[in-house]
Structure formats: structure tokens, C-alpha cells
Design a protein around this ligand. Structure first.
Ligand code: SF4
Length: 465
């Protein structure tokens, strides 16, 4: 069951915000947040910055001038943790030069006991850590550090909570993240997320709809609904709304914007959800459905709770409702015990489905997960398979992109491309990248573009009035 921050607790935290404001407000003190990892972390960082602004800090993109530095960490791979530790290490020089600055670490890495202990005992200049389910406590920790010089290392000893009313400072004025749920119940054997982000907690539907209405009013053009598994939205709420119910309500909100869902789990992809996605023009163009492997034996060892037939049935249904839907997926190559035969099955299924884009990864063992102690396959074999995999997928992506030539697509303009003043980068409603030349800056707007050229990863076009 989702646990929400109570009004009393909120009031208490508001007092801490005011107390920090009285200490730092109006002095031009600056805040810097370094974000590693996924979109969920980016969304959390926007909320962290929102809280810091309420406390009287000003946002800076230059870490050297910051009076408070926060590192929002990722734990998905050990490499991400090493990167976080190296950034935290770099911040030591600032604290040595200016002992009054505050350094905090939050995000998935801090939810692991050994990392929280490491930060406490080996990084003496770090003032606090806090987990992803305790962001609302930020002001209390900052006040502690400022007034009492007290270090606090919250190891998510409290149950992770959902805090409404945090006002994010959004990085973009036209693309927005909206978290609809947090945590995960699935325990895929390669993944650390359920251990560091806790169990599934859904936001109330009304709160999500209010946030989307507000974004629509402000003219946001793209909204991504975030959750580790958005398909199981609502199962932990009292009235048990489903993702289909949520999408049907979003469809009633006025405004010219598109919606993406990030990310889904095939085991929870219901018929109602597919119906809701494919009937609304805001959601029907793109769907991301992680497959991970084309071998049922590997899927079983991954603890994914679906087989390839079930996956293909979902794809068939999506394509039958919208033959032009852009399909994207995630694939892990070289999972422990994957045989050549298993790998061939992955190649077979990607040839059959023809995904527009695949976010593919070479399996890397993650300490703290069951797959870490499974029989690993050699790095050479993993890399050789990965090369073959990319070759097959690149051919498919190229073929699909070529088919788009001569057609007109509505795209959302991201901004100028690097190195060419007149070149703009944009994305179709199906989330495919299109470059085009233009004399007028349409950043943040929808325009129509005719595709004139295509390669494996890019589409090029010309703007149409
Ligand atoms: S569904 Fe699996 S891969 Fe995704 S966050 Fe949960 S455990 Fe990790």
C-alpha cells in the first residue's frame, strides 16, 4: 500500500524550509544538482531543485560556485556507482576550500547499507544521504547541516513515502516527466531496482491528472508518464484504478500534447491498456515494451513471468490496432547461461517484430542480484554476440527508416543541432529523431516535416507549411 506524506509531516517540513530560508535567503546562495541515471532520477532532481529554490537558493549550472551540492546517484550498474563516487570525491576540494558549503547524496546508491556506511565513514565531508522515498525530508537535513553541523545518513529506515505538492523546476519548458508510481515488485534476477527503490507505490489518479492539466495549461507538448512498470499502476491503491483508467481520463484533458509511457512490463500489459493506448491519438504512435530475450529459458531465469508467445500476442494486438505504431524494446545480450541457441532465438524474434529502436545492453553482473551468482559466459562471447546483434538490428532500423522517405510527419522541435546554425533536431510522435533545416526557430513547437533522407539512426527532412 502506498504511504503518503501526512499533512502534519508536510507542515513540519514546511517549517524546516522556512528555517533554511531565514538562514540563506536573499544572499545569492547557489545550488547545484548533479544527476546520474534514468528519467526517474531526472524527475527527482527537478523536485530537489524545486525544494532548494523554496529554501532560498538559486539554481546554478556551475558546481564551482555552488553553496550546496547534491549528487543524485544511480545503482543500476557498478560503473554508475563508481562514477557517482568519483564525482562525490571531486566535491571534496570545494568543501576543503569553503567548509560552510553543504554536500548531500541521494538516489538509489544511498539505499544500500554498504554504500551509506562508506559515505559516512570514508567521505567525511558529505553532510547527508537520503533515499528516493524520502525527498520530502531534504529541508530538515539541510537545516541540520547548516545550523548544527550535524551529519545524517538516512538509510531508508523509514518506509518510502509519496510526497505530493513538491514543485519541480523543470529542465524543459515543453517536455515534462510525470511520475505516476515509484518502486517495483518484479525482482528480475539481473536488476537492483526493487532493492533500492522499494515496492510499487502509485500516486493517486487525481493528483496525476491535476499535474497533467497544469502542464497542458502551461503549453507543454510532450508528457512522459514514469514508473518502473506503469502497466501495474494502481494495484496498491484502495480503489484499484488501472493504467487503462488513467489513460482514459488523460484522454479527456484538453491540449495539444503527446504522451509516452516509460516503462512497461509485458506480464501486466492488459487488453484494456492496449485499447486505451491505441485509441487516443496522443498515445497511439509509440509503445516501448521491454522484451529482454527471445529465449523462453532465459526469460525464465530472468524471472520475467512471460514467454515469447505472450509477448508476440501483445505486439500482434498493438499492430492490429495501429499498423504504423513505432515499437521499441530493451534487450540484454549475454545473460548468464545464454547459449548460442538462446541467442539465435533473440535474433529470430527481433527479425519477426522489426523494432524501430532497441536499447540493447551487454549483460554486466550486478552485485546484490541473483544473476550475479549464476554461471557467467565469457566476455569474448558476449561481445561477439553483441556485434552480430547490432548488425541485424541496424539493418532492420535502416529498412524501417527508408520506408519513411517521402512521407510527412508531425514532429516536436527540440532545438538547434550542434555545429550548424540552421539545422534543428526534432522527434516524431513515434519518438524518432528527425533533422531539418529552417530559418525560423520553432523550438518547443510541433511542425510538419517531409522525410527526404534516412540512415540507420537518423532521418532528415524539410519543413512543410
Ligand atoms: S521490472 Fe524488472 S527490470 Fe524493471 S525495474 Fe523491476 S526488477 Fe528491474
Amino acid at each position: 500500500m502506498a504511504i503518503f506524506v501526512s499533512p502534519e509531516e508536510k507542515l513540519k517540513q514546511d517549517k524546516y524550509i522556512s528555517a533554511v530560508l531565514s538562514l540563506v535567503g536573499g544572499q545569492g546562495k547557489k545550488a547545484f544538482v548533479y544527476t546520474l541515471g534514468c528519467q526517474q532520477n531526472e524527475a527527482d532532481s527537478e523536485k530537489i531543485m524545486g525544494l532548494l529554490l523554496q529554501m532560498g537558493y538559486e539554481k546554478t549550472d556551475d558546481e564551482k560556485e555552488a553553496d550546496i551540492l547534491i549528487v543524485n546517484t544511480c545503482a543500476i550498474r557498478e560503473h554508475a556507482e563508481k562514477r557517482a563516487l568519483s564525482i562525490i570525491g571531486r566535491f571534496k576540494h570545494y568543501k576543503v576550500a569553503r567548509p560552510d558549503i553543504v554536500i548531500g547524496v541521494c538516489g538509489c546508491m544511498t539505499a544500500q547499507e554498504h554504500r551509506a556506511n562508506q559515505l559516512k565513514h570514508s567521505y567525511h565531508y558529505v553532510d547527508f544521504t537520503l533515499g528516493t522515498g524520502a525527498l520530502h525530508l531534504l529541508a530538515e537535513l539541510v537545516l541540520n547541516a547548516l545550523s548544527k553541523g550535524k551529519r545524517r545518513f538516512l538509510l531508508d529506515e523509514e518506509t518510502p513515502k509519496i510526497a505530493e505538492g513538491l514543485l519541480p523546476v523543470r529542465e524543459s519548458s515543453f517536455r515534462a516527466w510525470v511520475s505516476i508510481m515509484y518502486g517495483c515488485n518484479n525482482f528480475c534476477t539481473y536488476c537492483i531496482v526493487p532493492y533500492v527503490r522499494g515496492r510499487e507505490r502509485s500516486r493517486k489518479m487525481q493528483d496525476i491528472l491535476d499535474e497533467i492539466r497544469e502542464l497542458a495549461k502551461k503549453g507543454y507538448r510532450e508528457i512522459t508518464l514514469l514508473g518502473q512498470n506503469v502497466n501495474s499502476y494502481g494495484k496498491d491503491l484502495e480503489d484499484k484504478p488501472t493504467i487503462a483508467d488513467l489513460l482514459n481520463e488523460i484522454a479527456k484533458i484538453e491540449g495539444d500534447f503527446i504522451i509516452h509511457l516509460m516503462t512497461s512490463h509485458p506480464k501486466d500489459a492488459s487488453r484494456e491498456m492496449i485499447e486505451a493506448i491505441t485509441k487516443d491519438k496522443r498515445t497511439k504512435s509509440h509503445f516501448h515494451l521491454p522484451l529482454q530475450s527471445g529465449s523462453d529459458a532465459v526469460l525464465k531465469r530472468m524471472n520475467r513471468h512471460y514467454d515469447t508467445q505472450r509477448y508476440l500476442d501483445i505486439i500482434k494486438e498493438l499492430k492490429s490496432k495501429n499498423p504504423d505504431i513505432v515499437l521499441t524494446t530493451d534487450i540484454i545480450v549475454g545473460f548468464p547461461t545464454e547459449t548460442e541457441e538462446d541467442f539465435q532465438k533473440t535474433l529470430d524474434i527481433i527479425k519477426e517484430v522489426e523494432f524501430d529502436t532497441i536499447y540493447s545492453f551487454i549483460y554486466s553482473p550486478r552485485k546484490g542480484t541473483p544473476a550475479y551468482s549464476m554461471e557467467q559466459i565469457s566476455e569474448d562471447v558476449k561481445h561477439e554476440r553483441y556485434e552480430r546483434f547490432c548488425q541485424v538490428q541496424n539493418e532492420i532500423a535502416n529498412k524501417l527508416n527508408q520506408k519513411m522517405q517521402g512521407k510527412i510527419y508531425r514532429v516536436l522541435v527540440d532545438g538547434k543541432s550542434k555545429g550548424n546554425e540552421k539545422m534543428y533536431t526534432s522527434r516524431t510522435e513515434g519518438n524518432k529523431i528527425v533533422h531539418f533545416e529552417c530559418d525560423t526557430d520553432h523550438t518547443g513547437q510541433f511542425v510538419n516535416v517531409k522525410i527526404t533522407r534516412a540512415d540507420t539512426f537518423n532521418l532528415f527532412g524539410e519543413i512543410i507549411n
